[in-house]
Design a protein around this ligand. Structure first.
Ligand code: ATP
Ligand code: FE2
Length: 331
């Protein structure tokens, strides 16, 4: 018998609810993103967004899956990492549902969920994963029972760098898609700081230098092209070394920035050079949404994980490599 899990995501600006079966079928995946008129995300406003929108999104998700509340056999939620007020609002909804429906509650690591939904979609068993989003830029591989971070940004995340640069030049949030469109019109590459330190990356120097190019009157399309080529080249270098070092033969791209076609193309080249298979998570599953939380909840549940409500406090600083990946022990 297949089991149905409702997964709630609410670590930052998006609230999502998805229903996934234990066979790996995504039956629904509804989300809504708060996009601030100006400036970054305010944690309190985002948590207010989640409490206002959450109940309606959960209802729509169940409707789209064609199920009623009492057919849910498991509730999972994004327990961290993320913004405290957002995590607490989402956790409260998940606890209430689990208690009311008398079903187990599962706490999911958001970053792990980005990896596991990619493995479900691609059929990959043990990839090197590039997880690039607004809050994270990590190169990850499974070793010794955990998802280990082989390399990561030392300052700001790739998506955040794109969003902040976009904001400076008047693009709306999130700026990643607009920068990708503009870059396609660019003709001339301008040098930007290429900063790879061992297996780690730094994007803040590039952001400052790109803003300077803008002040100097360099066309926006050329700056966008230069940002993409430099930033993605840096990430590809670290990914390539991780593939060479771990000798894994699968390369996975996940997180919101996985929507970028140029980054995909560059990483496809890396995989090809090393005889590895490549997959980029499809746009509806790439960003923050509930289906990835539901699917990871199922994996954890099947491995015997359960979270007592009394112990279900949120974990705003929960790192990818701090969780024992009990469902992958066999690897
Ligand atoms: P996390 O909590 O995992 O760090 P997040 O809250 O940033 O995630 P995501 O939806 O995973 O949310 O990622 C959003 C990011 O993806 C934004 O920074 C956005 O600019 C970026 N992005 C979306 N589409 C594109 C694109 N086509 N090219 C580049 N970046 C993109
Ligand atoms: Fe995310």
């Amino acid at each position: 018998m297949s089991l149905l899990c409702l997964g709630l995501e609410g670590t930052a600006h998006s609230f999502g609810a998805g229903v996934v079966s234990s066979k790996g079928e995504v039956l629904s995946n509804i989300w809504h993103m708060l996009s601030p008129a100006e400036g970054g995300i305010h944690p309190r406003e985002a948590s207010r967004h989640h409490s206002d929108m959450g109940p309606g999104i959960i209802r729509r998700s169940l409707e789209e899956a064609g199920i009623s509340h009492n057919e849910i056999q498991l509730v999972s939620f994004s327990r961290g990492p993320g913004l405290g007020p957002c995590l607490r609002t989402t956790a409260t909804m998940a606890r209430t549902l689990a208690q009311k429906l008398s079903v187990p509650l599962i706490g999911v690591n958001h970053c792990v969920a980005h990896i596991e939904i990619g493995c479900l979609e691609s059929g990959f068993e043990d990839p090197v994963t590039i997880y690039a989003s607004g809050g994270n830029t990590q190169v990850i591989a499974f070793a010794g029972g955990r998802f280990r971070t082989f390399g990561e940004t030392l300052d700001i995340a790739l998506g955040n760098m794109l969003d902040v640069f976009g904001r400076t030049i008047g693009m709306s949030f999130p700026a990643g898609p607009s920068i990708e469109r503009k870059a396609a019109e660019g003709v001339e590459y301008h040098q930007l700081p290429y900063s790879v330190k061992g297996m780690d990356l730094s994007y803040s120097g590039m952001l400052t230098a790109a803003k300077k190019l803008h002040l100097e009157g360099v066309p926006i399309a050329d700056i966008c092209l230069s940002i993409q080529e430099t930033a993605f080249g840096m990430l590809a270098e670290v990914a390539e070394r991780a593939v060479a070092h771990t000798k894994k033969n699968e390369l996975l791209l996940t997180g919101g920035v996985a929507r970028n076609n140029r980054l995909t193309e560059i990483l496809e080249g890396v995989a090809e050079r090393h005889g590895a298979s490549f997959h980029r998570v499809s746009p509806p599953l790439a960003g923050d949404q509930g289906a990835m939380i539901a699917w990871t909840g199922i994996l954890q549940h099947q491995a015997g994980d359960e979270l007592p409500i009394s112990d279900s406090h949120v974990m705003p600083k929960w790192r990818t490599d701090e969780q024992d990946i009990i469902w992958r022990r066999k690897l």
